[in-house]
Design a protein around this ligand. Structure first.
Ligand code: AMP
Length: 230
């Protein structure tokens, strides 16, 4: 199964992608993370992408499409993929469809994780990620057990450079004017499911799993009636 998670910055799609990766045995590909790795390593992609990322703008399609399609081609044989942060333009979505078709694959479901703009700003200002693996934490809604340290790998947490008020506003403007059109593209293919992204993290995961249509484990099994009564 191949999934796309679409959501504005701060919608929680990174957190949910990590959870779905484990739960559905899918391989997650986060375009922003790939680009940040490329800039850290100083590759030609990273050098070309850096100025756009610094301004909170989209990296041009020709730079990002090639790297993501190459990644997907390398995932042949995996159970499937979750794309987090790609596609962000209709041109990227078309290139992705084309690539999937050439390897007899398809995008099965597209989840649009929807959160009001005011809540996104609140969340982004409290967002921290870990140095080792970009696990996402939030001082308000999802704090780590020890302040400043990732529960999963013990690495330090930091605030991303593009999580400043001015850049957040710019990135959200782009999302609501451009990336939102990608949802129409997949709605026309009848693959889109809109999920309310406001609420506790576990509840949102269940909403997404329900929207994907994955069979749920039973809420109780025979012999566990006492648990139901309790
Ligand atoms: P993210 O971590 O998803 O918020 O991405 C961080 C930055 O990487 C974005 O602000 C863009 O500059 C760039 N980026 C990530 N994915 C894409 C994409 N699909 N198309 C263009 N730019 C992207």
């Amino acid at each position: 199964m191949n999934l796309i998670l679409i959501g504005a910055q701060g919608s929680g799609k990174g957190t949910q992608a990590q959870r779905l990766e484990d739960r559905l045995q899918l391989k997650c590909c986060a375009s922003g993370e790939l680009l940040r790795e490329a800039t850290a390593r100083g590759t030609s992609l990273g050098t070309a992408a850096q100025p756009y990322m610094d301004r909170g703008e989209l990296v041009p399609d020709h730079l990002i499409v090639a790297v993501i399609l190459e990644y997907i081609a390398g995932q042949q044989g995996a159970h499937g993929i979750i794309l987090d942060g790609f596609p962000r333009t209709v041109a990227q979505a078309r290139a992705l469809d084309h690539q999937m078709a050439t390897c007899s694959q398809r995008i099965d479901r597209v989840i649009s994780l929807e959160v009001p703009r005011g809540r996104l700003i609140e969340r982004l200002t409290g967002r921290y990620v870990c140095r080792a693996a970009e696990h996402v934490w939030n001082t308000q809604s999802n704090p780590p057990r020890v302040a400043g340290i990732c529960d999963f790998d013990g690495s330090q947490l930091f605030q991303r450079e593009d999580d400043t008020a001015e850049k957040i506003a710019r990135r959200l403007d782009i999302f609501f004017s451009e990336t939102i059109q990608v949802t129409d593209y997949y709605a026309a293919q009848e693959k889109l499911a809109r999920v309310d992204g406001d609420g506790p993290i576990d509840v949102i995961t269940e909403r997404i799993v329900g929207a994907i249509g994955v069979p749920q484990p039973p809420a109780y099994t025979l012999g566990s009636e006492s648990a139901m009564q309790g």
